[in-house]
Design a protein around this ligand. Structure first.
Ligand code: MN
Length: 490
């Protein structure tokens, strides 16, 4: 029972009463998987208890940790749904069922990829916890991948990189994204992995020396200036994301400045800017590399200030400045919002989530054509994974859109009522055509009129599903209406 103790020790914020649920789930799963073995030869139960441990580390609530322990009982033991419902109630059954459904994918290539994504979107909108359990399950499976057959190994590794990691990233779970990618990288792309290992060989010493030099001097300056430091640490860039970046920089490692980054975690936002000032008064910043993601967060919610400084001895170091709260959010993203909350807080969170993650709704609603998964995938790639632009409302709210979006897309993103009545637009305070292509950081102001309405032409000049869907339904409704009217007249 030391395993149980380990799990419970990780759940320090869960009330004792709720811990009973985890204890019950533990014995139930232990019994259900009794005698089963994994490919590695270890007891099957180890897998579910490791999954629960990962969830506890994410800071998830008692139900989620319990469901983590139970996540394979429907699929891999003779436990029935009724039995699970009787023992643990409707909520846990829902979570376990959700995870089980996400797991049964028998497609190949693009179809499989697309279908798994679509299932994920549906699951996210139903209960995000299902997806978080699935992430934990996958992370542990990746850690024990060496025991599987090579073809299976590669398939799981690639799926983790192509489906799981981008999703984790979009949900702001940066730490998980990095771990999924790095566990999968050697199995998915062995040659490239080796190449990265070779490139990094012997460089670590130099990086560490640079870091130590900067961190000692900085810590002294912060103490002198009475900044409350919560923590100064550093992170080494994940190998998979380093490889992706190298591809964009002609594989020249000297062009990459954030292989190691110094992280300064402070109490308040004010302190963050104070630290930035102190950093720039000691070292010269590299032009074009000061990024204020506190004032303008990334679309996945990431906040932090980044700057790269010349160390003076020929090196350069990236410094990331953030508060404790931002630090937590950068690691756990949406899970950080989810954990240890009362029902009321959860409800409020769910509303926040829904507006923050509008794109999920949008993708789920997108008409999925089983005959044409390739098209759906192209669409996803465009709309979801890359090439996003950030534009602003006149009040400074950030709207995140696919590249090439028009003011029509922008308007529908704000509200369908605004979309439906676009008559003009100001881009950067100047009147512009409503079909203009928006550019990063444009300030967009929509002018509406009651009698302005969508036309067929709007479809050709909109990029997002949300806009297209609304325009189409408007056009359908109105052509029907006009037919009815002319019918009435004759
Ligand atoms: Mn599992």
């Amino acid at each position: 029972m030391t395993e149980l103790k380990e799990i419970l020790d990780l759940t320090t914020d869960i009330a004792d009463k709720e811990k009973k649920l985890i204890e019950r789930a533990y014995s139930f799963a232990l019994h259900a998987h009794d005698g089963q073995k994994r490919a590695s030869g270890e007891p099957y139960f180890n897998h579910v208890s490791e999954t629960a441990k990962i969830l506890a580390k994410f800071g998830m609530d008692a139900q989620t940790v319990a469901a983590g322990l139970l996540h394979d009982v429907l699929e891999d033991s003779n436990t029935t749904e009724e039995k699970l419902r009787n023992e643990f109630g409707e909520n846990i059954l829902f979570l376990v069922n959700g995870v089980t459904k996400l797991g049964t994918l028998k497609y190949h290539g693009h179809e499989r990829h697309v279908e798994s994504l679509r299932k994920f979107f549906v699951a996210i909108t139903n209960d995000l916890r299902v997806v978080i359990i699935k992430f934990a399950d996958r992370l542990h499976n990746l850690r024990t991948l060496q025991y599987l057959r090579e073809d299976k190994r590669k398939r799981i590794a690639i799926e983790s990189i192509e489906v799981y990691a981008p999703l984790a990233n979009r949900l702001g779970m940066g730490k998980l994204k990095g771990e999924l990618e790095d566990e999968a990288f050697p199995y998915a792309y062995p040659k490239e992995y080796e190449q990265i290992e070779k490139i990094l060989e012997g460089r670590e010493e130099t990086y560490k020396k640079n870091l130590e030099e900067v961190s000692t001097e900085l810590e002294n300056a912060l103490i002198k200036n009475k900044v409350n430091i919560y923590e100064v640490n550093y992170r080494v860039k994940h190998k998979y994301s380093l490889w992706r970046k190298l591809l964009r920089y002609d594989m020249d490692i000297d062009k990459i400045y954030d292989i190691v980054a110094l992280r300064v975690v402070v109490k308040t936002i004010e302190d963050c800017y104070k630290v930035l000032g102190i950093v720039h008064s000691i070292w010269r910043p590299m032009p074009g590399r000061i990024k204020d993601y506190i004032a303008i967060p990334k679309p996945n919610g990431y906040r932090s200030i980044h700057t790269t400084i010349f160390t003076g001895s020929g090196g350069a170091v990236e410094i990331q400045i953030r508060t404790e709260e931002m630090h937590e959010e950068a690691a756990y993203g949406i899970a950080a919002h989810f954990a240890y909350k009362t029902e009321k807080e959860k409800k409020k969170n769910k509303e926040e989530e829904q507006s923050k993650f509008k794109w999920i709704e949008e993708l789920k609603d997108f008409n999925y054509d089983l005959e044409n998964p390739q098209k759906y995938l192209e669409h996803l790639k465009m709309d979801f994974f890359n090439d996003r632009i950030f534009v602003f409302t006149p009040k400074g709210d950030v709207i995140d859109l696919p590249d090439g979006s028009s003011p029509i897309d922008f308007a529908y993103n704000i509200h369908s009522d605004i979309g439906e009545h676009v008559s003009g637009v100001k881009i950067n305070r100047k009147i512009a055509p409503i079909f203009s292509a928006l550019k990063n950081s444009d300030i967009v102001e929509i002018i509406t009129k009651k009698d302005a309405h969508p036309s067929g032409k709007w479809l050709d000049h909109s990029k997002t599903n949300l806009a297209k869907k609304n325009i189409r339904s408007y056009l359908e409704k109105n052509s029907l209406l006009s037919k009815l009217k002319s019918f009435g007249r004759s």
